[in-house]
Write a protein that binds this ligand. Structure first.
Ligand code: NCD
Ligand code: ZN
Length: 350
């Protein structure tokens, strides 16, 4: 069986930098024509010039896929100025600015302690129709880790929406039924990305038979009911939900250490995993809207002209990918067999 769809886009990915960049870029660019690239490098990309230099590094490594287009994001920090936002909004390759509440995830130490304090920056963004991409988790250490998304909606996102009715927002990697409903209630100007791992796994999987570090990510997977609600949101054809893998590699020796960093690596099989989810839900016909249309429409970008073919041909995911002498990468579903494979993207000149 074959499934042919318009070339898809990954609307949330961590390509990283240094030795691992070439590998993850290869995995992403083999499946996606465009990708929204996260700015949480070390140090984070807080100026337009830093973002554009990083973009050049990505482009110089994407030689096998010259048509791959990285869409870049600016990292908001306490000193972000309206002038920086104006410069970012003028750059066609910058697609939005990313809000990390301080301390909620990898490289978020320079994020915003109280996200409601950046109002002039958000106002400048709303004025220029420059979207805000939000890591939606409450940074208060007193908040239970499983409640951080719900608490963020109540304490930060809902007030922000009331203050800024014109700001367009992407609620990244949602994990709860409540978040999906909140996005629906604001869908005239809000959308959400949904990862493959949050569609596949609920929180039981993290602990099944022992602790699984390679499934640990922020936001944490939630209940079975939440996972089912996410599947309904992703496969239901609603334009406010679209594909964003949040593929976030970390070295195997750090993932398997006594203090495991958060992030699931899924770029090696991203589309294949989403195909599995949509097939299981009996909605393969809706994969194209979720993977190739809703995101581009939200960001006011053209749809891709090319096609991509998925085949029901099984393949085995490697146990790990070698990156450097001290860096191997354990992918999602390591050593397991996947039902779908990507036959390749077919580039078409617009
Ligand atoms: C991401 C990373 O490692 O950069 N980690 C994660 O758990 N998702 C950051 C992020 O998107 O939260
Ligand atoms: Zn992310």
């Amino acid at each position: 069986m074959n499934l042919e769809i318009r070339e898809p886009d990954d609307m949330h990915v961590h390509l990283r930098d240094g030795a691992v960049l070439a590998l993850v870029l290869g995995h992403t660019a083999a499946r996606f024509r465009r990708a929204v690239v996260m700015p949480n490098l070390d140090p984070p990309l807080v100026t337009v010039s830093q973002v554009l230099t990083y973009r050049e590094r990505i482009r110089s490594l994407a030689t096998g896929r010259l048509d791959f287009e990285p869409w870049m994001t600016l990292y908001l920090h306490a000193q972000t100025t309206v002038t920086e936002i104006e410069a970012a909004a003028r750059e066609p390759s910058l697609i939005g600015a990313k809000l990390y509440p301080q301390g909620v995830t990898t490289q978020s130490g320079s994020g915003i302690h109280d996200p409601l304090t950046l109002l002039p920056v958000y106002e400048a963004m709303a004025e220029r129709d420059f979207p805000l991409l939000v890591h939606g988790e409450d940074p208060d250490p007193a908040t239970d880790p499983f409640d951080r998304e719900a608490r963020f909606i109540d304490r930060t996102l809902a007030p922000l929406c009331r203050r800024l009715p014109r700001l367009r927002i992407v609620f990244e990697h949602i994990t709860t039924a409540g978040a999906a409903d909140f996005v629906r209630s604001e869908s005239s100007r809000m959308a959400a990305t949904i990862t493959a791992h949050h569609l596949l796994y609920d929180r039981r999987a993290l602990f099944h038979g022992g602790l699984h570090p390679h499934l640990f990510c922020w936001p944490l997977p939630k209940t079975t009911g939440d996972r089912e609600a996410l599947v309904r949101a992703a496969t239901g054809g609603e334009p406010c939900f679209f594909l964003g893998t949040d593929s976030a590699p970390h070295p195997q020796n750090r993932k398997e250490s006594d203090c495991c960093p958060a992030g699931v690596y899924s770029a090696h099989a991203a589309l294949e995993l989403y195909a599995e989810i949509f097939e299981e839900a009996g909605c393969l016909g809706r994969l194209e809207a979720f993977a190739s249309e809703n995101g581009a429409r939200f960001y006011h970008r053209p749809l891709n002209p090319g096609r991509l073919v998925l085949r029901k041909v099984p393949w085995q995911v490697p146990e790990s990918y070698p990156v450097a002498a001290d860096y191997t990468l354990v992918p999602l579903r390591a050593g397991e067999t996947l039902a779908w494979s990507v036959a390749g993207r077919e580039a078409v000149q617009p």
